[in-house]
Design a protein around this ligand. Structure first.
Ligand code: 7TS
Length: 410
């Protein structure tokens, strides 16, 4: 908690207008950040400024507005590059989000390479968006999906990972931070082991980038995917990082404007990276908003944000463990700021509704991770997930609201 002393939470909260909202007359306690975070005025204003002062389509016109928009768009790509420490800007592809980034790799990297009997290795704690694209590509190619199991605590069974990884493995795709359990996976170790077999690794960083400083080069990740809306940026924009060598060997994902150098009915040549993967008018405002979100996170400091959230996690874990009849799902040694839980006597959806009545927003459901629910024998969980603007006082409100819920349902 010492780290939080220098942490100016009041001024951070002032930057997020929505935190002033009242829900049923009570102050909003927003603990659904793993689904989507809220946006600071800096992001909202970046989008507003664009539309009010600089907007035009990018990469097209010689006119002033088009050049200004293009410059802002390019600056955002440079911000992402430096944020994740990619070696160059053309390794940063803008997509609609993590889901599209993973589908792009499944269709453009995996599909052309896979032969019947080849294997894709994922884990039991993946979000559906890191399961279904691989099932689809397996159906298309005759490849087989292998799954690393998880322990009762919610950690990957690394021995099984090493056994499952082998000559037949053609790609490993693994989540860095589980959205359903909070587990932080040892992705560096996973990548090193896969590389020993010459196998590339995709890291699903959707829940990692808001909480953990990322250096794709130090990780030696081959592909890294994340979404803007989970890191205080806009919806509808995300990133696929890929090593230049791999991206340049891949065919385009979609055809259209911007991804070509020249088109004729006889022969079309594709544009260079990253434009080859960005067909059509991109999400210009989304990309520029994402750049502003990264600026904001870097101004506050990801290290200090992580320390604050870790304090919240420890405090909330202790408070929730104290509640009779509450079971935490996911007690890995390495966790990022979220807690999934169930109550003996209350269905998670009722927990969600009851907490909403107290102003507390949590997600109730399977969190798009049904295999995780099945693994722990629950239909759903309630999940409180933390962000840089959450306070210890809000954890108290959460704990009291849960106790009140239990009383009501007893
Ligand atoms: N991977 C992980 C680990 C996620 O948590 C999510 C979204 C995705 C991928 C997909 O991201 P998208 O931006 O493309 O939708 N997770 C959640 C969640 O936990 N609650 O709502 C969305």
């Amino acid at each position: 908690m010492n780290n939080t002393v220098q942490y100016d939470i009041a001024s951070i909260r002032d930057d997020f207008p929505i935190l002033q909202r009242k829900i049923f007359g009570k102050p909003l306690v927003y603990l659904d950040n793993a689904a989507s975070t809220q946006r600071p005025v800096q992001v909202i204003n970046a989008i507003k400024d664009l539309y009010e002062g600089h907007y035009a389509n990018v990469h097209r016109g010689v006119h002033t507005l088009s050049q200004e928009s293009t410059n802002l768009y390019n600056e955002a790509r440079a911000k992402v590059r430096s944020f994740i420490h990619a070696s160059c800007v053309h390794e940063v592809v803008f997509t609609r989000g993590t889901t599209e980034s993973i589908n792009l790799v499944a269709q453009c990297y995996a599909r052309p390479r896979l032969r019947p009997g080849d294997e894709i290795l994922i884990t039991h704690m993946e979000h559906h968006s890191n399961i279904v694209p691989w099932q689809m590509v397996c159906e298309q190619t005759g490849a087989i999906l292998k799954v690393v199991p998880i322990s009762d605590k919610g950690e990957l069974e690394m021995e099984r990972f090493h056994e499952l990884l082998g000559e037949k493995t053609k790609l490993v795709s693994v989540v860095q931070v589980s959205n359903a359990l909070g587990t932080v996976n040892p992705v560096k170790e996973i990548i090193a082991a896969a590389h020993a077999f010459g196998v590339p690794v995709l890291v699903d960083g959707a829940q990692a980038v808001p909480h953990i400083p990322i250096d794709v080069q130090k990780l030696d990740a081959d592909f890294y995917a994340f979404s803007g809306h989970k890191i205080y940026g806009p919806t509808g924009v995300g990133v696929l990082y890929g090593k230049e060598k791999l991206l340049s060997e891949m065919p385009p994902y979609q055809g259209g404007g911007d991804m070509i150098l020249s088109v004729s009915f006889e022969k079309t040549t594709y544009n260079q990276l990253p434009y080859k993967f960005e067909a059509g008018t991109p999400n210009i405002a989304g990309v520029i908003g994402l750049g502003a979100a990264i600026d904001y996170v870097q101004k506050v400091g990801l290290g200090i944000i992580a320390a604050h959230e870790h304090g919240l996690l420890e405090y909330a874990t202790a408070r929730l463990r104290d509640i009779d009849g509450l079971r935490i799902i996911g007690e890995a040694n390495q966790k990022a700021g979220l807690i999934s839980f169930v109550l003996d006597c209350v269905h998670p959806h009722d927990i969600g509704t009851m907490l909403d009545g107290e102003g507390v927003a949590v997600r109730a459901g399977h969190h798009c991770a049904q295999p995780v629910m099945e693994r722990y024998g629950v239909p759903a969980t309630a999940r409180a997930s933390f962000a840089m603007y959450n306070t210890f006082g809000e954890i108290d409100v959460l704990a009291e609201a849960i106790k009140k819920t239990i009383q009501m349902f007893k």
